[in-house]
Design a protein around this ligand. Structure first.
Ligand code: SF4
Ligand code: SF4
Length: 282
């Protein structure tokens, strides 16, 4: 079963919810925690321990200048500007290459072969006895966000309970993370901006027919702004996390509130059970 934790924007407390949910559930279930926010992964900051690494690579073209006749066909074909054919050389920009392989197919002299380019790194660790952490990290300047997320997803076993920390927003990276999930937990805050972004991520989950539930973080007297929307759309609100200085301080110092406080561990465990139950009725 795969449960995504998502938000329409950054800074809503999505990481707080993900880490606490993973820790609470792993007290009685084997959990795989996947950091799919590959441009800015941060779940590993809450856990210690060594991780094994594996490079994520893609194929990019390599041009044999000895046989290239500078015909220009590869440059005309590449819609991403990764190859530019000048009158005396071919300029290559491997970071712009989408690895479609088309340039080598149109080359009339067979001058284009392929080589591996590292676009990201996977880190695998077991920070808790029943918790496996998989982190994807995109290389600086690389465009292969979805490739690295796919590499993270390829690490899952079918029988795993997987929690996927989705990248904030509703762009390709969030889509790649949500696709195929059984449930999506939407983390928001009770502000007009929070509601706006909640609406967007909810629409994305609807596009994939994924059942959702909401966590209101920094809950206070303005919760009704989100509650009206949820009631109107028939979305269950599964948890309120209060706007509380103690929680903020604990989180800010890298502590996990469900580790420090059994009351919170219980609440996050219940949240996890609710997600599993709601995913099951899909
Ligand atoms: S593999 Fe595709 S994207 Fe990359 S340089 Fe060739 S044509 Fe462009
Ligand atoms: S298509 Fe082949 S021959 Fe033509 S410019 Fe590109 S690499 Fe050279």
């Amino acid at each position: 079963m795969q449960i995504a934790i998502a938000s329409g924007k950054g800074g809503t407390g999505k990481t707080t919810v993900t880490v606490n949910l993973a820790l609470a559930l792993s007290s009685s279930i084997q959990v795989t925690l996947a950091d799919c926010d590959v441009e800015e992964p941060n779940l590993h900051l809450f856990f210690s321990g060594q991780a094994e690494e594996e490079e994520v690579t893609v194929l990019v073209p390599e041009i044999d200048t000895g046989t290239c006749i500078l015909c220009g066909k590869c440059g005309q074909f590449c819609r991403y500007g990764a190859l530019i054919v000048l009158k005396d050389q071919v300029l290559q920009y491997p970071k712009l290459c989408h690895s479609c392989g088309g340039c080598s197919m149109v080359c009339p002299t067979g001058s284009i072969s392929e080589r591996s380019e590292v676009v990201g790194v996977l880190h695998r660790s077991n920070p808790e006895p029943s918790l496996r952490l998989i982190t994807g990290t995109l290389c600086e300047g690389s465009i292969h966000t979805t490739t690295v997320i796919r590499a993270v997803r390829n690490q899952f076993n079918p029988e795993d309970l997987v929690l996927l920390d989705a990248p904030p927003g509703t762009a390709c990276a969030a889509m790649e993370t949500l696709e195929g999930c059984d449930f999506c937990l939407l983390v928001t805050e009770p502000t007009p901006f929070g509601l706006h972004d909640l609406t967007l991520i909810y629409k994305l989950a609807q596009l994939y027919h994924i059942p959702v539930g909401v966590v209101i973080n920094r809950s206070d007297t303005t919760d009704s702004i989100v509650e009206f929307f949820c009631r109107d759309q028939n979305i269950p609100i599964l948890m309120h996390i209060p706007f509380d200085r103690t929680i903020a301080l604990q989180q800010g110092s890298g502590q996990i509130i469900s580790r420090a406080d059994p009351k919170w561990r219980e609440q996050f465990f219940k949240l996890g059970q609710d997600c599993i139950t709601l995913a099951g009725v899909r």
